[in-house]
Design a protein around this ligand. Structure first.
Ligand SMILES: [Zn+2]
Length: 325
C-alpha cells in the first residue's frame, strides 16, 4: 500500500454523512499495482463508497496513466452526447440565449458540442479537473476548456455534471467547487450511475459501471444524492432515471467483452473477458437482427429494449435536475 492511501473503514457516508455502513461484498475487491480497495454500503441511504481514500495526487496519476480519454471521442460517446441533449430538450431544459453554460468533467467536449447545435446562442465552456486534459482538448471542437478552478465565482447560469460526481473521492469537495462558480438561481444537472440499477443488482462487480473504487469512488442512490444536495441547501431536485447507450441493462448485446468475469482480487490492467453470460451473449450475437446491425444501431436498440424491461428506478443512470437557491 502506498503511504498516501489511507484506510478509513468506518468513515462516514460521503452522501448522507451517516456513520453506519457495512462491507459491500457485491462490488468486489479491486487492485492496481500495490493499491487494494473495496466498497462499503451506507446503512442509511444505501450509497456505496470506497473503503479507502486516495489522495488527489494519486487519482491524478491514475488518470494520467490509465484513463482512456480518446475513448471519449468515439462514435458511441458522440451518440451518447446526442441522447443527453435529446433528454434535456424533452425536459424543456435547453440553455437560454446568452446564458453561461459549463460541463464539468467534459473530457473532449462532445456534450457541449452537441448542445451548442441545439442552443447556439448560449455561451459554453468546458470545465476539466486536470490541466493537461483541458489543454489537450480546448478549442478542438470550438469549445474552450479550462480547469474548474479557473472559472470565476458566481459566473455560471447552468452547470452539467454528467458522470463526474462519482469520480470524486470526496464528492462534497467537488460539489462545493461547482456551487462556487454558479450564480444564485442557476440550473444544475447531476447524472451518476444508479446504485439500485439492475446492472448492480444482477451483475455486481461485473457490471460495466462498477469500476475500481479510485475511479467510481461513490455509487449513489437517489436517497444519497438527495441527501448530499440537502446538505447544500438544495431541496427542490427532480429525479429521473435513464438507460444510456454506453451502459444499459442488456449491454452484452452490444459488446460481449463488457461482461467480464471478476472474482476476488481484480486487476484493472486485465482485459475484460467474457464470463458467465457467454452462452447467452453468443446466442444473441448470432441472432440475425444483431449480427447485421452495426454496433451503434445495436446500442440504440439495446437501450430501448432495456428501458422496456427495466422498471424506472432500476435504470442504469440516476439524474437530478435542480435550480439552486
Ligand atoms: Zn448514506
Amino acid at each position: 500500500m502506498e503511504k498516501n492511501q489511507k484506510f478509513k473503514a468506518g468513515r462516514p457516508c460521503p452522501a448522507c454523512a451517516s456513520e453506519s455502513s457495512v462491507v459491500d461484498d457485491s462490488l468486489g475487491i479491486w487492485g492496481w499495482e500495490d493499491w487494494r480497495a473495496g466498497y462499503r454500503q451506507c446503512s442509511q441511504c444505501g450509497t456505496s463508497f470506497a473503503d479507502s481514500i486516495f489522495s488527489p495526487e494519486q487519482i491524478g496519476a491514475w488518470y494520467s496513466r490509465q484513463f482512456s480519454y480518446p475513448q471519449y471521442e468515439s462514435p458511441l460517446k458522440q451518440l451518447d452526447a446526442r441522447t443527453r441533449v435529446s433528454f434535456i430538450r424533452e425536459k424543456n431544459w435547453l440553455p437560454k440565449p446568452n446564458e453561461s453554460v459549463i460541463d464539468v468533467g467534459c473530457a473532449a467536449g462532445l456534450f457541449l458540442t452537441s448542445l451548442k447545435q441545439a442552443a447556439p446562442n448560449s455561451r459554453y465552456t468546458g470545465a476539466e479537473l486536470l490541466p493537461q486534459v483541458a489543454a489537450e482538448y480546448s478549442g478542438k471542437r470550438g469549445i474552450s476548456i479550462v480547469t474548474l478552478k479557473e472559472i470565476e465565482d458566481h459566473s455560471v447560469d447552468m452547470a452539467f455534471m454528467w458522470h463526474v460526481l462519482e469520480h470524486g473521492p470526496e464528492p462534497q469537495e467537488l460539489l462545493s467547487q461547482v456551487l462556487r462558480v454558479c450564480r444564485p438561481g442557476a440550473r444544475l444537472l447531476i447524472a451518476v450511475p444508479n446504485r439500485h440499477a439492475r446492472g448492480f443488482d444482477e451483475r455486481g462487480s461485473q457490471w460495466v459501471w462498477c469500476q475500481a473504487p479510485w475511479v467510481h469512488c461513490v455509487h449513489f442512490t437517489s436517497a444519497g444524492l438527495s441527501a448530499i444536495l440537502s446538505r447544500n441547501s438544495i431541496t427542490n431536485g427532480a429525479f429521473h432515471y435513464r438507460e444510456t447507450v454506453d451502459s444499459f441493462h442488456l449491454a452484452f448485446l452490444n459488446m460481449p467483452d463488457w461482461i467480464p468475469t471478476r472474482e476476488g482480487l481484480l486487476r484493472f490492467s486485465e482485459l475484460r473477458s467474457e464470463g458467465g453470460e457467454k452462452d447467452l451473449g453468443s446466442f444473441l450475437h448470432s441472432w440475425k437482427l444483431w449480427g447485421n446491425a452495426d454496433y451503434l444501431r445495436r446500442a440504440r436498440l439495446g437501450r430501448w429494449l432495456s428501458e422496456l424491461i427495466t422498471s424506472d428506478r432500476q435504470r442504469s443512470e440516476l439524474l437530478c435536475m435542480t435550480r439552486l437557491p
